[in-house]
Ligand binder design. Structure first.
Ligand SMILES: [Fe+2]
Length: 253
């Protein structure tokens, strides 16, 4: 993808007058060390973190325009000659800053397992079938109100090696850029009512209950299409004190 550098919506170019993003409240982002999530033990820093003020390089970032985006990539069910197997779903929502203002024309990328819980990736050797009609990747831009919409299939749960009988709840990975490097977000969306969620160490990395629950989408009649697909709504906040929790650093499960 091509990209160009441009200042954020804050529109400030002087390094001594940049407006920093507010830092998240304690507990509202994943703990770097969460021993129940075993790989965080080796990844977590063992020395105190150094505070880095936001300067021009943090409040600006790459901007992806319509020329970078395949307009059909929002629909993961139409990327092959045939139809993928699985329950059709619509995932939509709004991307906002911490004051509820729309984050417009920002790139959202998603990736996910197929309906059987298998990624199309050489690292995934889980004993579940691949679907020749499902790649599991999509992208789109938010509109002028910060809204986005994907059409896909509901991903299956899959086992992982974190602990005995470990299963990831159904989830969709999200990657967003927003207006600045400080608003970069990689996270995971979960589905309401999934019995595996309370046992998921990655979900539980975020200590704050309200922030953690913000990772669970809500069932949405408004976007549910009769005879076709269920709708799930997932709103995202980029940056600031109410920011949607980041996926644990380096986490790719
Ligand atoms: Fe995953």
């Amino acid at each position: 993808m091509s990209m160009k550098m441009s200042p954020s919506d804050k529109g400030l170019l002087s390094a001594d007058s940049v407006a920093a993003y507010r830092r998240p409240r304690p507990g509202t982002q994943p703990e770097l060390l969460h021993p129940a999530y075993v790989s965080s033990i080796k990844r977590a820093p063992i020395k105190p973190l150094i505070y880095l003020p936001h300067t021009l390089s943090e409040i600006t970032g790459p901007q992806f325009g319509a020329e970078s985006v395949n307009a059909k990539a929002f629909d993961l069910t139409k990327q092959h000659a045939g139809e993928p197997i699985g329950e059709r779903i619509v995932v939509s929502g709004r991307v906002m800053d911490e004051d509820g203002r729309a984050v417009r024309n920002t790139l959202i990328e998603i990736w996910q397992a197929n309906a059987a819980g298998r990624y199309r990736h050489k690292v995934d050797q889980h004993n579940a079938p691949l679907d020749p009609n499902f790649t599991g990747e999509g992208h789109t831009l938010t509109d002028n109100e910060g809204r986005y919409r994907f059409v896909t299939v509901k991903p299956g749960a899959y086992p992982w090696s974190n602990h005995h009988n470990a299963w990831r709840p159904s989830h969709i990975h999200f990657s967003l850029f927003g207006p600045a490097f400080a608003t970069r977000l990689v996270t995971q969306m979960f589905f309401p009512g999934d019995p595996l969620i309370p046992f998921d160490p990655i979900f539980n990395c975020t200590a704050d209950e309200k922030a953690r629950q913000g990772l669970i989408s809500s069932f949405d009649w408004e976007t549910t299409i009769p005879d076709t697909s269920l709708g799930f709504r997932f709103d995202i906040i980029l940056g600031g004190r109410e920011a949607t929790p980041m996926e644990d650093r380096g986490g790719r499960r």
